[in-house]
Design a protein around this ligand. Sequence first.
Ligand code: URA
Length: 209
Amino acid sequence: MNNIFVFDHPLIQHKMTYLRDKNTKTKEFRELLSEVAMLMAYEVTRDLPLKEIEIETPIGTAKSKVISGKKLCIVPVLRAGLGMVDGMQNLIPSVKIGHIGLYRDHDTLNPVEYYSKFPEDISEREVIILEPMIATGGSLSAAVDIIKRKGVKLIKIMSILAARSGIEKLASEHPDVEIYCANIDEKLNEHGYIDPGLGDAGDRLFGTK
Ligand code: URA
């Protein structure tokens, strides 16, 4: 699948090990997730267009580059996606932020949108969806559908850990969307958790279990 990118950077791989470790406590988990998001942001934004402007340095005049054209919006999927917002904002302080909340209907197992709020001009922005875990890929695929319906043309997904079946389903349903993650695991267990994975990212981030 040519729209899946797996980060092999040693700093990211090192931090992934401690995110997976069950002995890592909430504070450290939160810091690690934020750091991994920041390191990933560096690469995910590599293709942002630049334009040249002229500025005065203390010595003379310089032509130098600033980001131009398409502006960014990040959309964390509630609630674990919130743990990746800080890291992105550290690198891109002016980024606009939307939110999506989805739950899985007990009977149909389909994702249901319970909350969404986006910047008014989202259709003119490149959107990066933040969701640390790609398990079945079902709710992320629904999140992409919701954002596409808003008229957004360029969408990327930033995740940290994916189940192979989930990421492949997502990539085939949305071949126009680039998907970035740090590790791919081969299995989902009977409860839909990635195996060996890292557990419930939301619980580990917010200390709810
Ligand atoms: N969501 C999580 O937080 N963990 C998983 O393993 C799968 C989905």
